[in-house]
Design a protein around this ligand. Sequence first.
Ligand code: ARG
Length: 265
Amino acid sequence: MARWRILTRLAVTALAAVTVGGVSLAAPASAAPDRTDATPFVVGGTQAAQGEFPFMVRLSMGCGGALYSPRLVLTAAHCVSGTGNNSSITATLGTVDLQSSSRVQVRSNYVYRAPNYNSQGADWALIRLASPVTGISTLPIATTTAYDSGTFTIAGWGSTREGGGQQRYLLKATVPYVADGTCDNSYPELNDPMEICAGFASGGTDTCQGDSGGPMFRRDASNAWIQVGIVSWGNGCARPNYPGVYAQVSYFASAIASAAASLGG
Ligand code: ARG
């Protein structure tokens, strides 16, 4: 399982950008981690409405993200190469349709990758945009474990089945929390405090390649969206008894907040 995990984590670090209608729909260059899909389970999502999840960000290396502040996008560490100046990433915001003429596109100018990121977890990073976006809602992160259970929403432009292509329109789905003890049975290498699992025991609904870095979120006590996870890895996609694994945002909340402050908020 450990080897599989490394493969799925690294999948997005080597991407071939495919341009469709002027928009880069990056797809994994190496389909190796996906090739075990004797059964191509559909991720099981439906299209999100325009404006339903305004904080959703598509990143040009083929990952998702969430708008943390007007200048910062929270994504997965495995979507970026390291910490430092970086103007190579384009963020697309404000649209469910990546080819929309009203989309907002901004370049990055800096990337901060979790300093303790390794194959054992801490799969988070912040991307600073060259200029702040205006009029786009941000997604607050969970700062306690209070929301680390229940039913979660997942969303992204990633593939709808193992080995499938990237999507033009944002897809969404809901998945239930899977307790650490249960998830440990599927993934003995799970890093319990740093990772949170979600999915149906019967499979069928999951995030998949290209959704990495995107948020997993739910409603808080005031009925506002709050981010509890960051799409990280899994054994294939939507397989029975193999839930999706997400970086547990509450565990990293204070580290994310300090990093954000050091980047200028
Ligand atoms: N590592 C994948 C990516 O880079 C995300 C995989 C999520 N897998 C899952 N079964 N939930 O896009």
